[in-house]
Write a protein that binds this ligand. Structure first.
Ligand code: ADP
Ligand code: AMP
Length: 216
């Protein structure tokens, strides 16, 4: 199954992606995670992406698309994947469509996580990420008093781009560039939206129920 998750920063895409992907036995591909790994590893790709990420802007399409093409060409993604954070604008969505058509494939479904802006700001201000396994936590909602990952013992860190002024800019970028994808995919007939508020497990249940009609 080929799935895209769409929703504003902080909607819970990464959180849900880890559960949905493991439930469906497909790889979770997060462009944000790949960029962050390249920034911390000091690669050429990371060097190209860093300034844009620090400001909360989108990394240029040619850089992002080349990276996604490489990742989707790997064996584990041949029969299905869950994309988190890509596409992020209409040109990326059009390129993805063409890329998949070259491989005689197409997206099955685009799942929109719907959350209001106030909740998104609350979520991002308390977000912590494990530097070892990548698991996403929240200081209040997960009652994290220390900075140790309960899953693997790794260290939890706060993303640089979760600072308030960068968050505000990322939300504007979402409204201007990414939100148009909702009508793009609605016109393609593959959009399904769910209420992404409430406990994480309930959102996962809603997501899986919404995806079920699109499964083979
Ligand atoms: P995104 O990938 O869409 O930017 P994340 O999955 O990183 O969002 O979630 C942002 C923050 O919100 C994280 O700290 C996460 O733990 C928290 N979060 C995710 N889903 C929920 C939920 N249903 N209820 C409360 N907090 C949540
Ligand atoms: P995320 O982890 O999805 O919140 O992404 C973090 C940052 O990585 C974004 O603010 C962008 O700078 C960059 N990024 C991630 N995905 C994309 C994409 N599809 N296109 C452009 N930039 C991206």
């Amino acid at each position: 199954m080929r799935v895209v998750l769409v929703g504003p920063p902080g909607a819970g895409k990464g959180t849900q992606a880890q559960f949905i992907a493991s439930h469906l036995s497909i790889p979770k591909i997060s462009t944000g995670d790949i960029f962050r790994a390249n920034v911390s590893g000091g690669s050429e790709l990371g060097r190209k992406a860093k300034g844009y990420m620090d400001r909360g802007d989108l990394v240029p399409d040619e850089v992002t698309i080349a990276m996604v093409r490489d990742r989707l060409s790997e064996d584990d993604a041949r029969d299905g994947f869950l994309l988190d954070g890509f596409p992020r604008n209409v040109p990326q969505a059009e390129t993805l469509k063409k890329m998949l058509a070259e491989w005689d494939a197409r997206l099955d479904v685009v799942l929109e996580l719907v959350v209001d802006e106030e909740e998104v700001v609350r979520r991002l201000s308390g977000r912590r990420t494990c530097d070892t396994c990548g698991r996403i936590w929240h200081v209040v909602f997960d009652d994290k008093r220390d900075d140790v990952c309960d899953d693997c013992g790794g260290r939890l860190y706060q993303r640089d781009d979760d600072r308030e002024e960068v968050v505000r800019h990322r939300l504007e970028v979402y409204q201007e560039q990414t939100a148009p994808l909702v009508s793009f995919y609605a016109e393609e007939g593959i959009l399904v939206g769910i209420d992404a508020t409430g406990p994480v497990e309930e959102v996962t249940e809603r997501a899986l129920a919404a995806l079920r009609p699109f499964m083979d």
